[in-house]
Design a protein around this ligand. Structure first.
Ligand SMILES: CC(=O)N[C@H]1[C@@H](OP(=O)(O)OP(=O)(O)OC[C@H]2O[C@@H](n3ccc(=O)[nH]c3=O)[C@H](O)[C@@H]2O)O[C@H](CO)[C@@H](O)[C@@H]1O
Ligand SMILES: C=C(OP(=O)(O)O)C(=O)O
Length: 434
């Protein structure tokens, strides 16, 4: 298993360009199964999870022409539906969360789908009920294989209907939308997720001939069509990478320009970092972060301790909570970090305690961070990366810490961050892959 060896304390400087969005890529690549015509996708991040999904496409018979590292032409004109029932699919599909989104398009076009026990981050229970209940409402039937943990779905005919989702699941909404685009009649999805990832998917499907309205809101109306055609699509910059780089700059007192940050799609992200006292300047589509000696956490207007918590879009994404927590350790002032959605995402705090951060883990969802105001720098240690975002947060901590850190299990970081060591070295970081 590979590790990063990091010598902390360097001030970084320079320009960094965010990769294409991981969670958008997983939806968009799944959607190529909806048509027999070519679909060209660009700004694809070269990361483990996305490459695995591309492999799955290839394995199921989709023609994959990787024109350049970040652009692929897919053509699903000879799909081997039987591949879904193989052990090979169940094993490979179980390595990432994104494989669940093959189900919607497969049901829509081939009337059959399997959802292997999905992989992805081990950050607490991650039920698929919203997906399955949505498919059922459209007329699909399902069986659950308890021994192997997979769902088998079939749908001789999908019929549009009204549904109120029990929660605005991101991958669930994507799956249901992709199943509904070719259902008969009209589907209305209320309490739909509306992240930029979903907006991008809906815009792409509309270019393919779908009729989806309400894009960007939590009420989607889908008028079923009989067939979809090819299109071209470019992924947005990864907003989670953008947030990670803002946090990195603040923690390491570095002057960084994030070029092409997709500013209009970042929602509340820049403001959440401002609440930690971090200065950042929006320059067109770039974000400039000056080198900052210190940053001071705001309080609520009545002077009480600030809380930063996750919430479905347009609220603050749970995927940046770990980064916020790490960045808060060197701020002046205290903040309560509340990870509402996932129940095992804050346990990496143990490692930060070993690095000498002052944090009280109140329960699995809440941690109070007492900012050290740079009075005591973190110290380097050996640690293991539990999930993508905690891994990146620990990497940021290591880059700001005194001395040497070793981060093991960096496959977790590689699942979501493209050539991260190489890109950070260009900014002046002392980081080696060993
Ligand atoms: C591949 C992909 O796109 N993964 C993202 C996707 O996962 P994913 O689509 O799997 O996550 P969901 O949106 O389904 O839900 C995530 C978790 O939050 C809980 N929940 C959800 C909504 C809600 O209002 N209340 C609530 O408690 C769910 O029960 C679940 O445990 O969305 C998550 C939530 O933004 C992100 O962390 C993941 O990075
Ligand atoms: C939780 C995440 O990913 P996944 O859903 O793929 O596990 C993430 O991207 O932070």
């Amino acid at each position: 298993m590979a590790s990063f060896e990091v010598r902390g304390g360097n001030r970084l400087k320079g320009t960094i360009v965010p990769q294409g969005a991981k969670n958008e890529a997983l939806q968009i690549i799944s959607a190529v199964l909806l048509t027999a015509e070519p679909v060209t996708i660009s700004n694809i991040p070269d990361i483990l999870d996305v490459n695995l999904l591309i492999e799955l496409m290839y394995d199921i018979g989709v023609k994959v022409n990787r024109v350049t590292r970040d652009t692929c032409i897919f053509q699903a004109d000879d799909v081997n539906v039987d591949y879904l029932a193989t052990d090979a699919f169940h094993k490979k599909g179980a390595k990432l969360r994104g494989s669940v989104m093959m189900a919607g398009p497969m049901l829509a076009r081939f009337k059959k789908a399997y959802i292997p026990k999905p992989g992805g981050d081990k950050i607490g229970r991650r039920p698929l009920d919203t997906h399955i209940i949505g498919f059922e409402k459209l007329g699909a039937r399902f069986d659950y294989d308890d021994a192997q943990g997979y769902f088998q779905l079939s749908s001789p005919r999908l019929q549009g209907t009204y549904m109120l989702l029990d929660e605005p699941s991101v991958t669930g909404t994507a799956n249901i939308v992709m199943a509904a685009v070719m259902a008969e009649g009209i589907t209305t999805i209320y309490n739909a997720a509306c992240e930029p990832y979903i907006q991008q998917l809906c815009k792409m499907l509309n270019r393919m001939g779908a009729k989806i309205s309400g894009v960007g809101s939590n009420l989607l109306t889908i008028e079923g069509v009989t067939k979809l055609g090819g299109t071209e699509h470019r992924m947005l910059p990864d907003m989670i990478e953008v947030g990670s780089f803002i946090g990195l700059a603040a923690m390491t007192q570095s002057e960084i320009l994030i070029q092409g940050a997709g500013v209009e799609h970042l929602g509340v992200i820049p403001n959440k970092f401002r609440q930690l006292g971090i200065q950042l300047e929006i320059r067109g589509d770039d974000i400039y972060i000056p080198a900052q000696e210190k940053y001071e956490v705001a309080t609520f207007l009545d002077g009480s301790v600030l809380t930063i918590y996750d919430h479905p879009w347009p609220g603050f994404t749970p995927d940046l909570i770990s980064i916020m927590l790490v960045v808060a350790t060197q701020a002046e002032g205290s903040v309560l970090i509340h990870q509402k959605m996932f129940e095992s995402r804050l346990f990496f705090v143990d490692k930060l305690l070993d690095m000498r951060a002052q944090i009280i883990l109140c329960d699995p969802h809440r941690a109070t961070v007492i900012g050290l105001g740079r009075k005591h720098p973190l110290r380097g240690i050996t640690m293991s990366s539990p999930d993508i975002r905690a891994g990146q947060a620990l990497l940021i901590a290591a880059l700001s810490a005194e001395g040497k850190s070793v981060i093991q299990n960096i496959e977790q970081i590689d699942r979501g961050y493209q050539y991260i060591d190489e890109r950070l070295r260009k900014l002046g970081a002392d980081i080696k892959r060993v």
